[in-house]
Ligand binder design. Sequence first.
Ligand SMILES: Cc1ncc(COP(=O)(O)O)c(C=O)c1O
Length: 495
Amino acid sequence: MATVIQSGAVEPSSPRFAAGPAYRPAPPAAPRMEPPAGPVTELDPARIRRLAVVEARRLDDRTQGSAAMFERAKAVMTGGVPSSYQARKPWPIYLDRGAGQHVWDVDGTRYLDVHNAFGSMVQGHANPIIAEAVARRARLGTHFAAPTEDSIAVAEQLERRFGLPQWRFLNSGSEATMDAIRLARALTGRDTILKIFGSYHGHHDYVMVSIGVSVYEGTDRNDYPSIPYGAGIPDVVTQMTIPVPFNDADALERRIERLVAEGRLPACLIMEAALMNCGVILPEPGYLERVREITRRHGIVWIVDEVKTGLTIAAGGATEYFGIRPDMICLAKALGGGLPAAAIGATYEVMEPVRDGRVVMVGTYNGNPLVMAAARANLELVLTPAAYAHLGVLNDRILGGVQGVIDAYGIGAYPVGIRSKGVIAFSRTKVVDYESFKNAQDEALIGLTWLWNANRGIFAAPGRDEEWTLSIAMTDADVDHYVNTFGELVHALTR
Ligand SMILES: Cc1ncc(COP(=O)(O)O)c(C=O)c1O
């Protein structure tokens, strides 16, 4: 069977399935969100490497416009990119435009976009309702550093969705987590903070700790080290951030008890309710409830970072989806419909030091009118109950399709997802925390998957930190394209 390529996408040319039976779409199966129980089909590392070489060459050949742009860019923009997370070897794919579920690169190739700007564009690209709201606002003045009515409407929407009565606006997820932690420190008068080992919360010093690192065998889960993520972070700041494993309330409790004994009771625990930067890792039953109980008992502020989950997995994010009651939440990404919006939501008591001026929560661009107009249109008119229902149907279809392929070929993998988000974990053991996530990483297979997708008209986030975010512009056919492309890869690896 020929690869399903979206019309307008560049068709990969060389014969991929020269020998053996052609891939036939596997029937979907109920996603189990667990690795296969029995023996699995081994994948040959040499074949993975061979396929990766072919796919890399094919991608290089047809992204010569990006190659030329990279030459120009790196002369003036460090590494040729605005953010190091956009870098790629040998060059990044420079994009030209997006519409609905598609993006086009500068060579004119159209891709189904499941990267969706690291999970920001759940609305689809150039959403006409948001574009119109932004255009209207642009004609009325783009910035005053004074509040506009739209910011009130956005706060009202968030209050309804997340059940937290007080809101402030910022410009990025990093600003939101930074200000949330400062507020927690002010409330408690304590310096030490807790985070989840391996979890990303932005690029400020408080949270650039113990991520992107290896966990070596024998490392004590109850005593994970505080490791700076890159140079330039003062050790004194790094050592104030204590990492604990996800999905392990006992380890959290033990670490808090030790910190208490050292006279360092933490101000807050910042965490995602479901990890979205280590693939997708769901909380085990009862874990979040115990976290709430433990933090409350110790007077530790529980900050749930909903930068990724908020507005993508439910109207009220992880707060609604898991039925939790955090003290503070952070939003960004999907809030602004592609513009740089972020927010902190909290109870009255938690926000009191901001209201009375003890905590200085400021920023020239906070509540920028253009951003607020986009966020208002997004919340009131785009991310409606029908939109979430549509995302749910699509995600069930993609998870079921991927599970069907895995079952048909018997490989050691499983899909995990919630609503618009998902990942195919190439793991024979269940991924429950950063340690099991890292141990399951097969870098060569992950690299091949990205290339394979890119050469078949699918633009995904690099690596396995995150894989897909669906958008409301997508259709069943888009999801089937994704599943079939995965099926063809598995076929090529196992035939
Ligand atoms: C969970 C989480 N928190 C915070 C951030 C930081 O957001 P930003 O990149 O907008 O600063 C990210 C970014 O990926 C994130 O995934």
